[in-house]
Design a protein around this ligand. Sequence first.
Ligand code: DGL
Length: 255
Amino acid sequence: MIGVLDSGLGGLSVLNEIHKLLPHHSFHYIADSAWCPYGSKSYDQIQARVTTLVDYLLDQGAEIIVIACNSATIACVEFLRANYLVPIVGMEPGVKPAAKLSHNGIIGVFATEASLAGEKFHRLVSTHAQGVQVITQPCPDFVTLVEQGQLEGEAVNEAIHCYMKPLIKADTIVLGCTHYPFLKRTISEFYPEKTLIDTGEAVAQQVARKYALSPKETASYRFQTSGNPERATTLLKTLCPQIPEAQFQHFIETI
Ligand code: DGL
């Protein structure tokens, strides 16, 4: 079984890609919505939450863990890899593909404060974006909007214009947080000339490479949240339309 976690519902953008590629594999997704956002928390706080979720997923039978959260990956993936034996797949803002694709040498990175502050992020820029101008922009309102299920409308439009202002010269924009791809369509409608990069598909390919076991029985899908399960279930139909009957259950910490 594939264990997937995020601070909230954003990781469903990654889960959608995993499910497309491995439709017959079982997975268990946890949204830590009661603790969302991770983006404004300290690395110690993020690591403590993520460790709780990973322990729980392993207890439930996860054979691989997907940290479907850039902030959590940047905060603690090294710690997780040093302390757990199962494969841990993380994710990071797509600076490398963006630097390659940019024609004018200016890229923008939308990500959380926690991700942008990370040494891992700075290393990513210095290794893969040399000679490229990188403009960063935290977008906390995007996370709030997606957690509320607002993918379009006045508040979304306002947030997009406000966050895009400092990045207006960039021709390529990295959506460096798993909540943001749910706003991709609206961002593209306003800024069709910009190339938008997210790494959900690449992460799904990485999962498929690391978890090559054939599915043994009928796939089972489990969704849990530390937030409100009824609300999350309603949003699931929009965010994860290919699994229409799925329901979120309450995540109660047992360990
Ligand atoms: N979805 C998360 C990420 O990819 C973080 C959002 C948040 O909790 O701030 O970074």
